[in-house]
Ligand binder design. Structure first.
Ligand SMILES: Cc1cc2nc3c(=O)[nH]c(=O)nc-3n(C[C@H](O)[C@H](O)[C@H](O)COP(=O)(O)OP(=O)(O)OC[C@H]3O[C@@H](n4cnc5c(N)ncnc54)[C@H](O)[C@@H]3O)c2cc1C
Length: 365
């Protein structure tokens, strides 16, 4: 079997490696450098704090693989609420996650502050902690996944922008190549790419922003403030703080963070901790969204497969969902022991839906 993979982000690289491992001949095309899309701009938070059965299983498998590949730095993930509504939700989530076998527990504000003395827990009403979580270095992930794909026999062509000349025919600057199957894992560009062969995807894009501070002299967990809606993780000797997301056009967006985002998120970080570091660097990246917040992962035409729509969670789920796709393309038994099929089927939408990429998930499409 000959398979073409379009996109050298974490998802395309995992899929290419897993397809090649199963004996197929794989060529991966990346239009620029590996990891030059969202993957290289990700914060790198990785956790299994999910209440749903499918999400928890997907996250557990991904964590397992990142550990196997020695890419996960252990770092607990704490999520906290500052109002009663969010607090009730967190207590409920913790109970459900525990029922799914996840190593999570509830932490009182006092216990949280004892554990992390530089957190300011004033106003915190509830918090959960995921003990098995960790952080990833996106550059190290890309480099390791590329090595893994090449070792499995895949050919990786960078600086090679491609178009589709048919569901399984790829047009490269050097000519056309026809495969038995083509996987498009090209982030936001997946939509215009498959549009050329008549496939329409329910995909929207939004711009997310992040910054890294200068050194902070303390230990912090990864953290999501459910009420203020921002997050951070320890990064090198400082902290990566992020959010500032808004809908964006994939052909016209600013790769630098907005000064207003930097000011606002540093103020939030200062209020949630006893720290007031300065900014070392900041940036923006583009994420993909779907109407129900589940990915578009599967076959859209004979021999043509897509993998996109990660709603800001693609890096942490790539090892399990890239593997799932690879197994479907090659036709081997799934490693995941939960049924994903209809939930991620890219044809569950008409493809012409218009929706807010950051709005509430719409379950009844
Ligand atoms: C600020 C920020 C923080 C984030 N934090 C996290 C986080 O903490 N945890 C997490 O799990 N996720 C996070 N994400 C989301 C994560 O980065 C994405 O979900 C993930 O990287 C998607 O990977 P991908 O391989 O699908 O897409 P991408 O990494 O975007 O890769 C797609 C690739 O396709 C290539 N391509 C496009 N068109 C073509 C073409 N015509 N020919 C050839 N190649 C093409 C692109 O150049 C690109 O390299 C974050 C994202 C941002 C922006």
């Amino acid at each position: 079997m000959r398979v073409g993979v379009v996109g050298g982000g974490c998802v395309g690289l995992v899929a290419a490696g897993d397809i090649a491992t199963r004996g197929a001949s794989v060529t991966l095309y990346e239009r620029a450098d590996l990891g030059s899309g969202a993957t290289g701009r990700a914060a790198g938070i990785c956790y299994d704090a999910f209440a749903g059965q499918v999400d928890a299983a997907v996250a557990a498998r991904a964590l397992e693989r990142y550990r196997e590949w020695d890419l996960l730095t252990p770092c607990p993930y704490v999520w906290a609420a500052r109002d009663d509504g969010d607090g009730t939700a967190i207590r409920q989530q913790v109970r459900e996650m525990q029922a799914r076998g996840r190593d999570v527990s509830e932490l009182s504000p006092d216990a949280l502050e004892r554990r992390y003395p530089h957190l300011d827990t004033d106003g915190v009403v509830a918090a959960g902690i995921a003990h098995s979580a960790g952080t990833l270095d996106p550059d190290a992930v890309v480099s390791a996944l590329a090595t893994r794909a090449r070792s499995a026999g895949a050919t990786v062509q960078t600086e090679t922008p491609v178009a589709l000349d048919g569901p399984t025919t790829v047009e490269t600057p050097a000519g056309t190549e026809t495969f038995d199957a083509v996987v498009v894992a090209a982030g936001p560009a997946t939509d215009p790419l498959v549009a050329d062969v008549g496939v329409s995807l329910a995909l929207a894009t939004y711009r997310a922003q992040a910054l890294v501070t200068d050194a902070v002299d303390t230990t912090l967990p990864s953290f999501y403030d459910a009420t203020e809606e921002f997050y951070w993780r320890p990064k090198d000797d400082g902290v990566l703080v992020g959010d500032g997301a808004h809908a964006a056009d994939q052909d016209d967006w600013n790769r630098d963070a907005d000064p207003a985002f930097v000011d606002a998120v540093l103020t939030k970080f200062g209020a949630a901790t006893t720290l007031s570091p300065s900014v070392r660097r900041s940036w923006a990246g583009l994420c993909t969204a779907t109407p129900d917040r589940d990915p578009l992962l599967g076959r859209v035409a004979d021999g043509l497969w897509v993998a996109t729509g990660w709603q800001g969670h693609g890096l942490m789920r790539a090892p399990s969902l890239g593997e799932y796709l690879a197994e479907r393309v090659v036709g081997t038994d799934p490693t995941l022991d939960v049924a994903l099929g209809p939930r991620v089927d890219p044809t569950r939408f008409d493809g012409d839906e218009s929706f807010d990429p950051l709005g509430d998930p719409t379950a009844d499409w």
